[in-house]
Design a protein. Structure first.
Length: 362
């Protein structure tokens, strides 16, 4: 049995955490002994308890303050050596840095979930963002395998020698179409009936997600029987709230642990993102049966290329084009491709684990 160690900062509720939760949940536990190591104290909105129920081993170091950035080589190496993994799998900057610098003797897989240069420039500014992205990508070259979650990213990272594309996958047991009565029950809390058309955005509310375009389009084009739920938080939350000016048709929920309830009661999912890896929120909404209104960035276009149904596109950053879709609200049957299932994702990673494990034991 191969011992797999996943290293990440925390198990905070996020698209990234959902990705490796789905992976861990669907891995064959008769072949793999799964361990997860987190590096910081868990935030308020954490999935730690969800992971505990998966019959895996959880570990934490909880580096805080300046220790988060000094990396504490001895603490990390001591913890890793006590776990004694066969393979280390990392998904984020801190895990990648730790593994590449201090755990060079272990076989390693790195998963990249975004265009790092674009993302970090939004988060840290142009100069520092480019610098951090260049550092991480340089360190990732030392991994045995680098995986990306979309063909779009695969085309950006062609310089990695052992590059493999494995799309993010969704657990179909968790995301499915609700019955009319189930949807009505969820809507009752907001005094909404089934004749109301409900739109939802989930996740970060920031520049990269182009949240302002969504709010502007809805304010200008929505009919009286349409409402929008902005589920999440971020740097543009207050700006979006000010723009909405207490409009009764737009709800801002903040960070919640019941995202699936908001998705389940909705009819349409909107993503105006300007850059993505392969957005888990979009995939989850699709498996839940929502028609998808997506910006026409290359990652979103892959859904139609892979024969997903119920997908509609608007020009990125164009509120009028999004407004057109909001007004027409064309409903169609929704069907997501099998490659976006968690089972498909897990099988692909299992193949890499077994290949890498076989090399190390020869």
């Amino acid at each position: 049995m191969l011992k797999i160690l996943i290293i990440n900062s925390t198990l905070e509720r996020s698209g990234l955490t959902n990705v490796f939760y789905n992976l861990v949940r669907h891995l064959d536990k008769t072949q793999f002994d799964i361990h997860i190591l987190t590096l910081s104290k868990e935030p308020t909105h954490s999935r730690w308890n969800d992971f505990e129920q998966l019959n895996i081993k959880l570990h934490t170091i909880q580096l805080e303050g300046v220790k988060r950035f000094l990396f504490n080589k001895n603490i990390i190496q001591e913890k890793i050596n006590s776990i004694a993994p066969d393979i280390i799998h990392t998904f984020s900057f801190r895990g990648n840095v730790f593994a590449s610098q201090y755990l060079k003797n272990y076989p390693r897989i790195v998963t990249i979930q975004a265009d790092l240069k674009e993302n970090y420039q939004v988060d840290y500014g142009k100069f520092l963002g480019r610098l951090i992205a260049a550092l991480e990508l340089q360190l990732d070259k030392s991994a045995n395998y680098v995986t990306v979650c979309s063909n779009t990213l695969a085309q950006k990272y062609t310089y990695f020698k052992n590059l493999i594309c494995i799309p993010n996958g969704v657990s179909q047991q968790n995301y499915f179409v609700l019955t009319a009565s189930e949807k009505e029950k969820l809507r009752h809390k907001f005094q909404l009936d089934l004749t109301t058309e409900v739109f939802v955005c989930t996740g970060l509310i920031n520049e990269r997600k182009d949240s302002l375009t969504v709010v502007k389009a809805f304010l200008e084009y929505a009919t009286p029987k349409q409402v929008l739920f902005m589920v999440g938080s971020g740097t543009l939350l207050n700006t979006c709230k000010e723009l909405a000016n207490n409009n009764p048709q737009i709800y801002f929920t903040g960070m919640v642990d019941t995202v699936m309830d908001y998705v389940g009661m909705s009819d349409f999912f909107i993503s105006a993102s300007l850059s993505e890896g392969m957005p888990n929120a979009v995939l989850e909404a699709g498996f839940a049966g929502l028609n998808l209104l997506l910006s026409n960035i290359s990652v979103h276009l892959e859904l139609k290329e892979n024969n997903c149904k119920g997908v509609n596109y608007f020009e990125a950053s164009n509120k009028d084009d999004l407004g057109r879709l909001i007004q027409t609200t064309i409903r169609s049957d929704v069907k997501m491709a099998e490659i976006y299932s968690a089972n498909s994702m897990a099988l692909s990673f299992q193949e890499i684990y077994l290949k890498l494990g076989a090399k190390e034991h020869n």
